[in-house]
Design a protein around this ligand. Structure first.
Ligand SMILES: Cc1ncc(COP(=O)(O)O)c(C=O)c1O
Length: 384
């Protein structure tokens, strides 16, 4: 009989064994939907002697990266940079803002996961659900909110659905949600922010978050979250709000000490500081323009050889999801491009889209020329 301390494992038989990490992996240029390429001097910036997270030097580092990021994004809202991945803010924003009801717009795997997180936290989740490949429409959000009798604490939306390559019109959706003052708008911009311009304050986005390993082109390990004054004030009773991702805790700590409430990944913050200076030089709009050019190039290439998976007019600026109309062997092509060209791109998401589509991450520090190197390699290997 199992003891009361026996933890039930999942039904899946483990196939995992230790595989010793080596020192001789070939370098691959990353065209996956994150992590993406990181500048060499940004990687080098991490190699510094350690210092303490309560030292003045830490205050210099943290206040620099926070204020630089606000300047880059052009926002007057509060901003935190936490040692976490973007996933943290699905949980934190739900705990901090949702008493009972949340309306989750879903159109792919990541937006669905956001809804699932809210369900696990015991919230009442209504979905405004779209077929994969389709975008969320502001008029549908308005229709639901009009009939909702003000019951939703939050409407959630993913800016860039990385599983389908759809860019949702979060600006227009934000304008709609702003008409309902008791409803807060939470945007998962994990794979878009930094590579796709958004005026956060103009569209009343209460919470928007991203992970550093995507269009910020930094190492993974940090997440950025921008929070409106209203969302800060709204944070539900301190007991049920998130501890780690609590807005009030993070911002009060920043206001008092200019540091994070717990020990951060200092080396990654050093890399962040360096990369954010490059981002400031290029500017939010400049960076977005470069991503637009990469997206346009990739779309033209895809339409010449295959077809785009997303609904026309809603294609992502950072991740192209391409429909495999030629029925190439996606897995074999990925393997061969990796072997022969040392370039990594991605298959479609999950079991449904795995071979039906493939994805190219054109984000971060890439440009049209580097994307062309990949498409040339795919053409060569797949005999296009
Ligand atoms: C749209 C979107 N949301 C959330 C996540 C989860 O981000 P992370 O793995 O950084 O927690 C991802 C990861 O790819 C994503 O693409």
């Amino acid at each position: 009989m199992p003891s009361r301390y026996t933890v039930a494992r999942t039904q899946v038989a483990s196939v995992t064994e230790k595989r010793e990490y080596r020192d001789d992996y070939p370098e691959k240029t990353l065209y996956i939907p994150g992590p993406t390429e990181v500048r060499e001097d940004v990687i080098e910036a991490m190699c510094q002697p350690m210092f303490g997270h309560r030292m003045d030097r830490m205050t210099d580092l943290y206040t620099t990266i926070v204020e630089d990021t606000k300047e880059f994004l052009g926002t007057d809202n509060d901003l935190m940079i936490l040692t976490a991945s973007g996933t943290e803010f699905w949980e934190a924003s739900t705990l901090n803002l949702v008493d009972e009801n949340i309306l989750c717009t879903t159109c792919g795997s990541f937006s669905e996961r956001h809804a699932n997180v809210a369900e696990r936290l015991g919230k009442n989740v209504d979905r405004l659900e779209y077929e994969w490949g389709k975008a969320v429409k502001p008029e549908d959000v308005r229709e639901v909110l009009d009939q909702s009798d003000g019951k939703y604490d939050v409407v959630s939306c993913v800016m860039n659905e990385s599983s389908t390559g759809v860019r949702n019109p979060i600006e227009e959706i934000g304008d709609v949600v702003a008409e309902y003052p008791d409803t807060y708008f939470v945007v998962d911009a994990v794979s878009a922010l930094g590579g796709d311009y958004v005026d956060i304050d103009a569209h009343d986005i209460d919470v928007i978050f991203a992970s550093t390993q995507k269009a910020f082109a930094m190492p993974p390990g940090l997440a950025v979250c921008v929070v409106s004054d209203d969302a800060y004030d709204r944070e539900v009773s301190k007991d049920s709000a998130s501890w780690y991702g609590g807005f009030q805790r993070a911002f009060d700590y920043y206001d008092r000490k200019g540091q994070t409430h717990s020990t951060p990944a200092i080396p990654i913050m050093l890399a962040y500081r360096k990369q954010m200076k490059y981002m400031l030089d290029e500017g939010h709009e400049g960076r977005s323009k470069r991503h637009e050019e990469m997206a346009e190039y990739t779309r033209d290439w895809a339409n010449e050889h295959f077809a785009m998976f997303p609904e026309e007019g809603y294609e992502s600026q950072t991740v192209a999801c391409i429909e495999n109309t030629q029925r190439i062997d996606v897995a074999a092509t990925i393997e061969q491009v990796s072997e022969e060209y040392d370039m990594a791109f991605s298959n479609g998401y999950g079991s449904t889209l795995g071979e039906e589509t493939f994805r190219i991450g054109h984000m971060g520090e890439h440009d049209v020329e580097s994307i062309e190197a990949l498409t040339d390699a795919i053409e060569d290997v797949a005999g296009l």
